[in-house]
Structure formats: C-alpha cells, structure tokens
Write a protein that binds this ligand. Structure first.
Ligand SMILES: [Fe+2]
Length: 340
C-alpha cells in the first residue's frame, strides 16, 4: 500500500537532493517544498515559494532534505529546469529527473551556451560551453543509448546556427557512437562532441544579411560564406584547441568525397574520418530545418537523399542513419519541452 502511494508521489513530485537545494538562494526558495509525512505516506505543503525563511527554517530544511523527506512538485518543473540549465552539472547529481526531462535540460543549456558563444566566440564563452559539453559526454558515457534521446529531439523549425549545430551534434554523435560500439573511448567522445559543437563557429562571423538572402548569392557573398571554414579553424586555434578532430570538423565539413566541396576540393582519400562524418551530420542537420532558400525536409527523406548520394557522402555513415530512421530506432520524435 505504502509502495503504491510512493509510486504515485514519484509521478507528481520528486525528491529534492541536497546538491540542488544548496544551489538555490538559501533564504528564499523559488518553489514550494512538500514534506513527506512518513506514517501516512502523504505529502503536505511545507514552505511556499518565495517566502522569506528564518535561520531555524533553513536549518530544519537542511536536516529534512538529508533525511530525504522534502519533495518538489513536477508542476514546478519549468522553474526547476530553468535553474539547472544554468548549472548543468547538477543534472548528473539529480537522480529524480526523468531521462526525457534531462535531455530537454541539456538542449536548453547547450542552446544558451552556443548562442552566447556564437555572439562572441572568445575564451570565457567557450569555457562555459566546454564545461556543459563535458557534462553531456559524461552523461552519454554512462549509458550510450542516451544519445537516442537527442535524436528524438531534433530541431525542425526555422534555422538558427545554434539549432543546426545541436542537430549536427546529435546526428554526428549517434553515427559515431554507433560505428565505434564498444571501442569508443572517452577522449574520442569528448573530441567529437567539441568538433560538432565548433564546426560551424565561422558562420557566426558571416554577415546575417548574406545568410538571410532568398535570392541567388553573388560570387562575393559565396566567397564570404566559403571562408567560414577557415575562420572556424582560426577560432579553434585561438582557443588553443589543438585536437585534429576539432580542426578537421571546422575545415572539412563542406568537402565532398568526389572533390566537389570546398575550400580545398579534397577527395575521399584526403579527407579525415571526422571530415566525412561531419559532412554527413551537418548536411542532415541543415536539410531538416527550414532555411531562407529551402523548405525543411523530413529526417527520413533527408537521410535517404544523403545515402543515395554516394558520390559525395560516405555510405558507412549515411546508411546506418537511414536504417535507424526507417526502423524507428529513435522512437517517436518529441518537440522540445514535451514529454515522451
Ligand atoms: Fe558550414
């Protein structure tokens, strides 16, 4: 009986951990707390959000949370997740969040960090992005199937650089983790994650009036866009990122196997694994979003087109992506913020 009641509680409420509690302002908590009355296994309102707490109450809360008796309502999840987004490492300490909630928190946090980084691609912004990226790889490393949560949450609306980058990250990491299987190492996972996050940073320096053009681009516009790969590699260099995989992601993601890409018109034999993989992931990410010059494609259709384009895209990366989408391996897609 008590177990049933507890199960009901865990659906609507979650236990608040010491780590999360201590990250909130001590004397004014932004959400209601509920106290578990053990004898009747019932939650009662303990303190109201935003009320001023006395020293005695703060001490009592600290004791109760250690005993595991304090809960917050899932109705307050937006407040809770907004808080965690800014201190993402808390997500790993919180055993009470559902995987879907965690994936949403990661996407919100990384969107915020990327937007900040693209606005000013300098060291302090990169360090914040880097820190959050490492929390993500730690989370994925602990259970490699979790990358599928991100494939269910691809951004399909209007194109933004941050959203396209996160789509590239999800698709690129899924393909890479799928390919490597048990041979995956943590340093590789870290480097690939950073490579996908940084591959298009050079685009942040291309004037937005060029990117927004719906008419044919002028040769001069095209030159400016093509330069973004070199600009990206320079940004990575300035940030002291010397990993080959990161450099290759920036420099090679517009190269194509048959030498029709840019900037160096490299053919397959001169492209790196990261270059080929990032080309697939970046193209897939772009195709499924609405861009000024093209409508969004369904992910399955985009993957099919890439797989059939064997002249330009590496089939060992496009085929597993297509197969996974056909067989529904990622499950039903979920818009950000909605439950699975
Ligand atoms: Fe690019």
């Amino acid at each position: 009986m008590a177990q049933d009641l507890l199960a009901g509680i865990s659906e609507d409420y979650y236990q608040i951990s010491e780590a999360v509690l201590s990250s909130f302002p001590k004397y004014r908590l932004p959400l209601d707390l509920y106290l578990l009355q053990e004898k009747v296994v019932q939650l009662v309102l303990y303190s109201k959000k935003d009320s001023r707490l006395s020293n005695e109450q703060v001490e009592e809360i600290s004791r109760l949370v250690q005993e595991g008796l304090l809960f917050v309502s899932r109705a307050d999840h937006p407040i809770y997740s907004k808080h965690i987004v800014k201190q993402l490492d808390l997500v790993l300490l919180d055993a009470n969040l559902k995987e879907a909630e965690i994936a949403d928190i990661f996407l919100q946090a990384l969107t915020m960090r990327l937007e900040e980084f693209f606005e000013q691609p300098v060291k302090p912004a990169f360090e914040r992005l880097h820190q959050d990226a490492m929390v993500l790889t730690e989370y994925l490393w602990a259970d490699k199937h979790r990358i599928k949560l991100f494939m269910r949450r691809l951004f399909k609306g209007d194109h933004t650089l941050a959203r396209q980058t996160l789509n590239t990250l999800a698709a690129g990491l899924w393909i890479f983790m799928h390919q490597k299987g048990d041979e995956l190492t943590r340093p590789e996972l870290n480097n690939y994650a950073l490579g996908f996050l940084l591959h298009d940073v050079g685009m942040s320096k291309v004037p937005s009036f060029i990117l927004g053009k719906t008419t044919q681009l002028l040769p001069d516009d095209r030159d400016k866009i093509h330069k973004h790969v070199l600009t990206g590699a320079q940004v990575a260099h300035k940030l002291d990122l010397m990993q080959q995989d990161i450099k290759a992601a920036c420099l090679e993601h517009h190269e194509r196997l048959d030498g029709t890409g840019y900037p160096q018109k490299l053919k397959a034999d001169r492209m790196t694994r990261m270059g080929m993989l990032c080309a697939v992931a970046d193209s897939f990410a772009a195709m499924i979003q609405k861009r000024p010059y093209a409508a969004a494609k369904d992910p399955l259709q985009a993957a099919k087109e890439l797989m059939e384009d064997v002249q330009r895209y590496e089939k060992q990366y496009t085929a597993p992506l297509y197969t996974a989408l056909v067989t529904g391996e990622f499950g039903k897609s979920v818009p950000l913020g909605k439950a699975d």
